[in-house]
Design a protein around this ligand. Structure first.
Ligand code: SF4
Length: 404
């Protein structure tokens, strides 16, 4: 591979500061994980610079490093876009980036996420990323976790090479409706994103099936990012697409972010609309309900209520729309039914099942095993006893109680 030349007037320290800034616009910028009941928010100094490495569960987070912040594309939401005037452009050499990455990974203790703007063209950028990965593995002997970005439209041979060095690969789908590309990312289209996604999926399936010493592939997982508010799309559209992506491409994780229009982008006639910050948080909650709790997009965002709301947790919203299914008797409910009770999550559903082996569950014994009855009390009976007062007959009053 021939290097065409790099823009490297900035010091390493300055580039790291810029990477921190650019990270706000890339995958997983809203990467805090939110549970339906218990917020798993993690307090870290600069959340946008980190990404979690486990599929649907919480941290650890890994730092995000950029090969380049100079893009030939012009996405309206991104600080790296071509039309943004900036005297702070950089493109690292693979060796520089490999050294920065290993250092960042060592400091963080969990791994690193290597990403980039599209520098010159997709294949050239991916080649530079692959060379970075190769140096990290073969010359710097880095054995830890690497998540590497695949540029939209990258050649299949290069994706296959990246899969030999990185543990996780991702390409960002960005918009939930095709019209979104025209509105905020004119050079992108479904095909240049779904084609690599499909290939990564095959690579990951192969790697999982033939795990072992002779298997040349490390890439065992794939993620993507979906942006809310790029068009007038509903949350139902987003959650339905997300479910389809999980199923079709066996994704480990869909990240959600809010469309933010911070600096004027030439070539777009956008109204200055910012997606409210609560929306991504609700999407994460809805995602978790679908991926871990067995809810469907139709249940979380039904046709008659296609949008998640700012003031109501999506699980509570589902329960209030389906109040006829409550109260649930905790001594008889199976695991899946327990998970549908507001206030009872994955951990406490299992604890209740274990506790049932030793006797009948009462409100008192629920408290003893740590279940907070603040939410669940309105939706359960324990050995036939109901302690939720008259509220179950008045879901509109319950809605007021649960307003956040
Ligand atoms: S392709 Fe779009 S989102 Fe990605 S770095 Fe370039 S301008 Fe930013």
């Amino acid at each position: 591979m021939v290097y065409i030349g790099h823009e490297n007037k900035l010091s390493i320290e300055n580039k790291i500061l810029l990477m921190r800034e650019d990270a706000r616009f890339d995958v997983a910028d809203a990467n805090l994980t939110y549970g339906p009941e218990e917020s798993e928010e993690v307090s870290i100094p600069d959340p946008s610079l980190f990404q979690d490495i486990h599929s649907k569960q919480a941290p650890p987070k890994v730092p995000k490093v950029f090969l380049s912040n100079k893009c030939i594309f012009n996405c309206a939401y991104c600080s790296c876009r071509a039309s943004r005037e900036s005297d702070s452009r950089y493109c690292n050499t693979p060796r520089e980036l490999a050294e920065i990455s290993v250092q960042q990974a060592k400091d963080n203790g969990h791994g690193v996420f290597i990403t980039s703007a599209i520098y010159q063209n997709a294949n050239y950028t991916e080649e530079l990323i692959i060379e970075t990965l190769r140096i990290m593995r073969e010359e710097l002997f880095y054995k830890g976790y690497i998540h590497a970005k695949v540029m939209p439209g990258t050649d299949p041979l290069l994706i296959e090479k990246a899969g030999r060095y990185a543990n996780r690969l991702s390409v960002n789908i960005e918009v939930a409706q095709n019209s979104g590309y025209e509105r905020i990312a004119k050079q992108k289209n479904k095909q240049i994103i779904l084609t690599p996604m499909h290939q990564i999926c095959n690579l990951v399936q192969y790697a999982k099936q033939f795990k072992g010493k002779s298997n040349p592939y490390l890439a065992m997982s794939q993620t993507t990012q979906l942006m809310a508010g790029s068009t007038e799309e509903t949350d139902r559209t987003i959650m339905t697409l997300s479910e389809a992506l999980y199923k079709k491409f066996h994704l480990s994780r869909v990240y959600y972010t809010n469309f933010q229009y911070v600096h004027e982008a030439r070539g777009y006639e956008l109204p200055i609309t910012q997606t409210p910050s609560w929306r991504a948080r609700r999407l994460y909650q809805a995602d978790r309900l679908q991926q871990l709790y067995g809810f469907t997009p139709d249940e979380i965002t039904p046709e008659q209520a296609p949008n998640l709301t700012e003031h109501l947790d999506p699980k509570i919203g589902w329960a209030l729309r389906n109040i006829h299914l409550f109260p649930i008797e905790v001594n008889r409910a199976d695991y899946e039914e327990l998970l549908r009770i507001p206030g009872i999550g994955l951990t406490y559903a299992k604890k209740i099942l274990r506790a049932r082996q030793f006797g009948t569950i009462t409100h008192r014994s629920l408290r003893a095993i740590g279940v907070s009855l603040k939410r669940s009390n309105y939706f359960i009976t324990c050995d036939g006893k109901y302690e939720g007062g008259k509220y179950i007959e008045h879901p509109e009053l319950l809605e007021q109680i649960f307003q956040e």
